[in-house]
Design a protein around this ligand. Structure first.
Ligand code: ZN
Length: 221
């Protein structure tokens, strides 16, 4: 089995950390971005820039069907970004998104003769999204192997990390400042530190502060 990997890539903090993680491990890396009518075209622009700067091949596919099927706050101006009530998912959850994206990434991987697929999902911080859980990724991995009679290996380097540990991983990879500068995770489409008030910005900022506090503490040991 060759050591070539496809990274499912949005241009955000998590998938960019996964890209740098993959570049350290695999002999060849390509990235795939799915466009599904996100409110902010900037996301795609960020992804393009990062891919170009890293010198990796970048595939961009239109998944507009997902916007038709699963209205959500990321694609519809008239749906506000809201945290879910107790036991409910937030309005930013896109039904079926990771299932479909990972499956299409696998189709692409097989066409290219790649076996490894890297995805930046995490069970730790993500509002209980069912398609970010370890069980789901393992189950889909088996299903895709059977569906295409091929050996895929899904990698989820962030699965058990909280946001502060994701920052720590990017720092270990020597890319923390790069990721701060070039990625977009804000639901309001503001690059770098973001709008500062949406749930995604708050999570990113809290994680960074926690990590910097921990790192600062260590250096005084
Ligand atoms: Zn924001």
């Amino acid at each position: 089995m060759n050591q070539k990997a496809i990274v499912v890539f949005s241009g955000g903090q998590d998938s960019t950390t996964c890209l740098f993680w993959a570049l350290e491990r695999f002999e060849e890396v390509a990235v795939v971005t799915f466009h599904y009518g996100q409110r902010h075209w900037m996301e795609i622009e960020c992804a393009k820039n990062i891919a170009r700067q890293c010198g990796v091949e970048h595939y961009i596919f239109d998944m507009g069907l997902l916007n038709q099927l699963a209205p959500n706050a990321l694609t519809r101006e008239n749906i506000p970004v809201e945290a879910g009530e107790e036991g409910e998912l937030p309005s930013t959850f896109v039904e079926g998104r990771n299932h479909l994206f990972f499956s299409f990434a696998a189709v692409l991987a097989k066409q290219k003769g790649f076996h490894h697929i890297v995805v930046g999902v995490s069970q730790t911080d993500f509002s209980g999204y069912p398609d970010c859980r370890d069980d789901f990724v393992r189950s889909l991995n088996v299903t895709l192997n059977l569906a295409m009679d091929y050996s895929f290996v899904f990698h989820t380097p962030l699965m058990w990390l909280d946001k502060s540990q994701v920052w720590e991983l990017s720092d270990t990879l020597g890319k923390m400042e790069y990721i701060q500068e070039h990625t977009l995770t804000c639901y309001n489409g503001v690059i770098r530190d973001g709008c500062g008030t949406c749930p995604s910005c708050l999570l990113r900022k809290k994680g960074l502060e926690e990590y910097l506090a921990r790192r600062g503490g260590k250096s005084h040991d």
